[in-house]
Design a protein around this ligand. Structure first.
Ligand SMILES: Nc1ncnc2c1ncn2[C@@H]1O[C@H](COP(=O)(O)OP(=O)(O)OP(=O)(O)O)[C@@H](O)[C@H]1O
Ligand SMILES: [Mg+2]
Length: 484
């Protein structure tokens, strides 16, 4: 450990000691309204962990606010049996959980307790859920691509190590399945997955089906289902971020997958409304809009390692202007839009390359790759403009060189964009496939008698390419053509 690291470590521990309450704080239950318990003369900070001793046993609770000398707690368990005058004790001044390498391959809940029946977590240290975030100038620039194992993302929407991406879609379009594919196929050293507000059935399904034993080995899963109390659900997202930060500080490239931001926002709304926050847009309280940047800003690249964040956002009614989607799009370094119309045609992953963007792509790929991606995206957009005409047979070939090319290239582009759930595509393969795709388009356009021959930028680029690249094309080309 360097001298500077040692000093930082000491400062962190000293700060933790200073934050610790010097004496045991006790209070008595004074009232109970909706989901909150009011405790008289109970001076504890917001976020403190408490225990309520009632006739039914002990209930854990978290302090979420106070009014005058009344502290407001939100129980993390059953409220039945709590009555006026019950004793309340503060057990921790802030939420923390066990941390260490032992977390790899484990499934834990929002409080850091194991959920997987694999025995206790034998970690020597604990970590606060709100650890220090990276200062703007401590962030290093994003300049290295991260392989997601998804061909269309790596080729057309390349992500960088330390980037924050959103996966947006309406319900049931394939966000969770795509996240599972990324978790299984990524080249990141460690994957931290937060499943927040999911249906209970989905957690086991995700771990066994989408992630699999191979994926789980280099992952940590933090799960908090929809039936858990709101503070636990919100905390699960912070616990996952904190675990990702731990591994980043060890020099690892971490992938943080969060499913879903919308459900975390809904949990925070529940907390906000319980302490009389005024509802702002669509019932979401101001604290929701302050929570989102705090959460997203925890990803990023430091001198030691990186956290690449993928956050799923449920877009109600497929309306991207609804408040959570709108806020998230402003906070992230790019978004992947999953289209229902593609999913309805069984085109998976239903990534709409035209509506999606990776803002750091120009910093992590070379000019040639960018140009190829732009060419393909343009052909998809051009085809979309005339798709209806083509479908009713009203499109007359020869109208425009570009339109003809878009129509002819459409089947190979679709084949390129689709990927089976089990199929793993490495970054090199994705680039090879992109080259092959340009070759196929080149071949289509250079057929004798084809009016669009020699006029596309993809075609020009291919002709300008050095010989070895063109030589590699036929193998992949045959494979792709065979799939049509
Ligand atoms: N790559 C894929 N290949 C085949 N089918 C898929 C694929 N992705 C999604 N599906 C189908 O779509 C269904 C819904 O997917 P998923 O659960 O990922 O949606 P979601 O967007 O996460 O939904 P919700 O918003 O309810 O969480 C899956 O059960 C599956 O049938
Ligand atoms: Mg889902």
């Amino acid at each position: 450990m360097s001298e500077r690291e040692g000093q930082n470590n000491f400062k962190q521990r000293l700060a933790a000691v200073e934050r610790t309450l010097a004496h045991e704080v006790q209070g008595r239950v004074a009232g109970l309204t909706g989901l909150t318990v009011e405790v008289e003369d109970f001076a504890v900070p917001v976020g403190a962990q408490c225990e309520i001793y009632s006739r039914n046993g002990t209930t854990t609770a978290e302090s979420i606010g106070f009014r005058g000398n009344i502290s407001v707690l939100m129980p993390l368990g059953e409220m039945e049996g709590i009555s006026r005058g019950d004793r309340v004790v503060c057990t921790r001044s802030e939420a923390s959980f066990p941390i260490g390498e032992q977390l790899l391959g484990r499934v834990i809940d929002g409080n850091g307790n194991p959920l997987d029946n694999q025995g206790p977590l034998l970690c020597q240290c604990r970590r606060g859920v709100n650890s220090q975030r990276l200062q703007p100038l401590d962030r290093t620039r994003i300049d290295t691509p991260l392989s997601t194992g998804i061909r269309s993302i790596d080729a057309l929407l390349t992500c960088g190590q330390g980037q924050r991406m959103g996966i947006f879609s309406g319900p049931g379009v394939g966000k969770s399945v795509l996240l599972g594919m990324i978790a299984r196929n990524t080249s990141a050293d460690v994957t931290v997955i937060a499943l927040v507000g999911e249906r209970g059935r989905e957690v086991r399904e995700f771990i066994e089906k989408d992630l699999g034993p191979e994926g789980l080995r280099h992952s940590v899963v933090v799960a908090s289902t929809s039936d858990e109390p709101a503070p636990t659900r919100v905390r699960a997202s912070f616990v996952a971020s904190s675990i990702a930060e731990y591994f980043r500080d060890q020099g690892k490239n971490v992938l943080l997958l969060m499913d879903s931001i919308t459900r975390i926002a809904m949990a925070q709304r529940q907390i906000g409304l319980a302490i009389d926050e005024p509802p702002a847009t669509k019932g979401f309280t101001p604290s929701v809009f302050s929570l989102l940047p705090r959460l997203v800003e925890r990803s990023g690249k430091s001198a030691k390692g990186s956290i690449t964040g993928f956050y799923t956002v449920l877009v109600e009614g497929d309306d991207l202007s609804e408040p959570i989607s709108d806020t998230m799009r402003g906070l992230l370094d790019g978004h992947i839009w999953l289209s229902r119309s593609l999913a309805n045609r069984n085109h998976y992953p239903a990534i709409d390359a035209v509506e999606s963007i990776s803002r750091v792509m120009p910093d992590v790929v070379d000019e040639e790759h960018q140009q190829s991606a732009r060419d393909i995206t343009r052909l998809i957009a051009v085809y979309r403009d005339i798709e209806d005409l083509v479908n009713i047979g009203a499109y007359a070939a020869g109208t425009s060189v570009e339109l003809d090319l878009a129509v002819q290239a459409q089947p190979v582009i679709n084949r390129f964009l689709q990927q089976n759930i089990e199929e793993k595509v490495t970054f090199a393969e994705a680039l090879q496939n992109l080259d092959d795709l340009c070759s196929v388009i080149n071949q289509v356009t250079s057929q004798p008698g084809n009016s669009s021959a020699g006029n596309s930028s993809a075609n020009n680029r291919q002709q300008n390419q050095q010989q070895p690249k063109n030589k590699r094309a036929p193998l992949g080309l045959e494979r792709m053509m065979a799939g049509l």
